[in-house]
Design a protein around this ligand. Sequence first.
Ligand SMILES: Cc1cc2nc3c(=O)[nH]c(=O)nc-3n(C[C@H](O)[C@H](O)[C@H](O)COP(=O)(O)O)c2cc1C
Length: 200
Amino acid sequence: MKVLVIKGSIVNSGTSSSKLMTDKFMDFYKEKNPSHEIIELDLNKEKTASVSLSEAGLVGGQFWKDIEANKLVDLLKSVDKVVFSTSMVNFNYSGVVKNFIDAICIPNVTFTYKYSEKGQAKGLLDHLKVQILTSQGAPADWYPFGDFTANLKGTWEFLGANVVSYVKLAGTNVAPLQTMTAEEKVATIENELKEAASKF
Ligand SMILES: Cc1cc2nc3c(=O)[nH]c(=O)nc-3n(C[C@H](O)[C@H](O)[C@H](O)COP(=O)(O)O)c2cc1C
């Protein structure tokens, strides 16, 4: 069993609450599944950190070449599960996550409209189980227009994946979490992470 852990926060590893959440989730997961192979992908260290889709990139599919989309898609096709984490940046997921999504949403590679009934798409990553882990500064109900966690869930489902669950750490920049360290913030949802890891 292969698990791909994708980190999409733009905050560095030592202080990122979503990256610490991911590490905590994986600690619980590894306790239960010690033989599973774990592969880590930090989107800040891939082409996703520097290549974004623009007018020039559409010409001849240059964007997908520059961002090494094949490498990302091959990786997704080679694993059984994905743990995907990111945090809120200006009411959405981070730019590196957007670049990643633009890279992997490829017609007839990761989804298709061929053979589908009533025109709906069929996701071609239907072998994947996905766990989503997100963090945001504001409480969960402050920006209903910026529900990037729901957006990610829908995007993975569009690609055919089974999103097993998502865990959201909201309100990191307001009381009572505001004055805590990232470790302390993550500790407030430890039970939720443990339960999600046991079901994944
Ligand atoms: C550039 C930037 C923009 C942000 N924009 C928002 C935002 O629009 N809404 C919000 O609730 N939090 C926002 N935040 C706060 C982060 O979402 C919050 O601190 C989160 O817990 C960070 O998680 P991380 O440390 O894993 O990146 C922003 C943070 C940064 C660095």
